[in-house]
Design a protein around this ligand. Structure first.
Ligand SMILES: [Zn+2]
Length: 332
């Protein structure tokens, strides 16, 4: 086998392990009202957002597994795009009704729900990672890859624990009677750009360094739960909305970033969030024609920077001018 054939064989084995690890459970901690069926739920609103940026029912998705070898992002049908098996029918329908069936008006409840869904998706991804790395360690025992998978497995195990505790914290508010719910446990700052960008994001991750490379989240310290960010971006009614959320109890961690963001002009906001997307957001969808219209050089840079997220844990330079302004690039 030549190098290329070995790579393809490895990639197929990896994909098959991933398929074996599909998570299918309702993540809502109180299962007393669960309906029987766990459904394929969309992490990004399908009718208003995905359909809006799709062409002929297709969007561009940044699937790291596929992109490893093709070096290009692929088109995928919006039926299966951005989906995960993390809620039963009852909880998916009831919990998210306020964002699924109503206009986005930037209410505190809607912002909470967008963050909650990002949290649930990340938890499911971490569970799938644990399963995957365990299987991969067995399959590649006594090979150089074993150690690599072992390290990743440890990170994923912490991730499951951290995200489950956050999921529980947020779910507790949803269980309470209506007038006792406190959606304020999530804080958000919402930006809107004055134009639509055909780009949709739903993601959760931790920012390790603030501006001037100040360490704000020590991800190596497993004794502390990292402070995650929940990021939702979508075009709506002639504008592009960016919902940047965090747990209110983590305000000290993100205070410096939030204060800086409040002083930013739109072009700085575009650059800052373009960098966050490139370095942290796998759950990203783009309009096919906007992606194909990207100059070849920019597209290659975009994909290669994005793929580097695999090997890198943090990025400390979110306002570099050298980056691609994704919002302008995918402007309607
Ligand atoms: Zn349920």
């Amino acid at each position: 086998m030549n190098k290329k054939e070995i790579q393809i064989k490895f990639s197929k084995e990896i994909s098959s392990l991933y398929r074996e690890c599909k998570f299918k459970k309702c993540v809502f901690p109180d299962h007393t009202s669960c309906s029987e069926k766990v459904i394929k739920a969309h992490s990004i609103q399908r009718n208003k957002i995905l359909k809006h940026i799709a062409e002929n029912g297709m969007v561009i998705s940044a699937d790291i597994q596929k992109t490893l070898f093709t070096k290009e992002f692929d088109e995928i049908g919006i039926k299966s795009v951005s989906t995960f098996f993390g809620f039963c029918n009852y909880h998916d329908t009831n919990i998210f009704s306020e964002i699924e069936n109503k206009e986005y008006v930037s209410s505190i409840e809607q912002n909470f729900l967008h963050a909650y869904r990002a949290c649930a998706l990340e938890y499911v991804k971490k569970e799938e990672s644990v399963c995957f790395y365990e299987k991969a360690m067995k399959k590649y025992k006594n090979t150089p890859n074993e150690l690599l998978f072992y390290k990743k497995l440890n990170g994923a195990i912490w991730g499951v624990k951290d995200y489950y505790s956050i999921l529980e914290l947020l779910s507790n508010e949803l269980i309470k009677p209506k007038d006792e719910k406190s959606f304020e446990i999530i804080s958000s700052i919402v930006f809107h750009l004055s134009y639509e960008s055909f780009l949709a994001i739903n993601a959760s991750f931790s920012i390790e360094f603030a501006f001037q490379e100040n360490l704000i989240n020590d991800l190596a310290d497993t004794s502390k739960r990292p402070a995650p960010i929940f990021l939702n971006i979508f075009p709506h009614n002639g504008k592009t909305f960016i919902i940047f959320s965090w747990l209110s109890e983590n305000i000290e961690t993100y205070q410096s970033i939030v204060s800086n963001l409040e002083t930013f002009i739109p072009s700085q906001i575009e650059i800052f969030f373009s960098n966050l997307i490139i370095y942290h957001c796998e759950n990203m969808f783009i309009s096919p024609s906007k992606y194909s219209q990207m100059p070849k050089k920019a597209r290659r840079l975009f994909v290669s920077q994005f793929m580097k997220t695999l090997g890198r844990d943090f990025e400390s330079d979110y306002i570099s001018r050298g980056t691609i302004n994704l919002f302008k690039m995918f402007r309607k």
